[in-house]
Design a protein around this ligand. Structure first.
Ligand SMILES: [Zn+2]
Length: 164
């Protein structure tokens, strides 16, 4: 999101030269720059042995399976978000998580931090946000994800990290 007005006092912002950053929208009354902002979320491949959990959320797609994802809350580290989101959405606690790669999702203005999360339980207790969840063999997973989507890109990167 690009700021045009100061979110604190409502004044129209003007551009101000800020060193190496170049010209940045600036509020002259609050003396505050407003860099373009975006949301930060995590996208997680949840792995149990040679199985991966995929979810379906009808509000996102009725056809394709997706990965677990969720927005970060202010004050949380990305690792804490992974643990919280996986637990909230699936009812399973994460043994270990590891950062893999990041993606920028233009349409949602989202910076997505891609993680792998290892779990040892396989019984789901899903949140109302999820319409369906299932374990898939990692070897068969590719065809269930939308080609070229961020979930697909992230799954391919994670697969390269796993020794199968
Ligand atoms: Zn202001």
């Amino acid at each position: 999101m690009k700021f045009k007005y100061c979110p604190i006092c409502g004044n129209k912002l003007s551009l101000k030269e800020l060193g190496d950053e170049g010209k940045i929208p600036y509020c002259n009354s609050c003396e505050q720059p407003y860099f373009d902002s975006f949301n930060t979320c995590v996208i997680v491949t949840m792995i149990n042995g040679d199985k991966i959990a995929l979810v379906k959320q009808d509000r996102i797609s009725k056809r394709h399976w997706i990965l677990i994802a969720g927005y970060m809350v202010e004050g949380e580290t990305a690792e804490q978000t992974v643990l919280r989101e996986v637990e909230e959405e699936t009812g399973i606690s994460v043994n270990e998580c590891k950062y893999i790669s990041s993606y920028f999702h233009e349409r949602g203005d989202n910076l997505m931090l891609g993680f792998i999360a290892f779990v040892s339980d396989d019984e789901f207790s899903i949140s109302s946000e999820i319409d369906e969840i299932k374990w898939f063999d990692i070897k068969d997973t590719e065809k269930y994800l939308k080609d070229g989507s961020i979930a697909y890109q992230h799954f391919c990167k994670v697969r390269n990290h796993l020794v199968l």
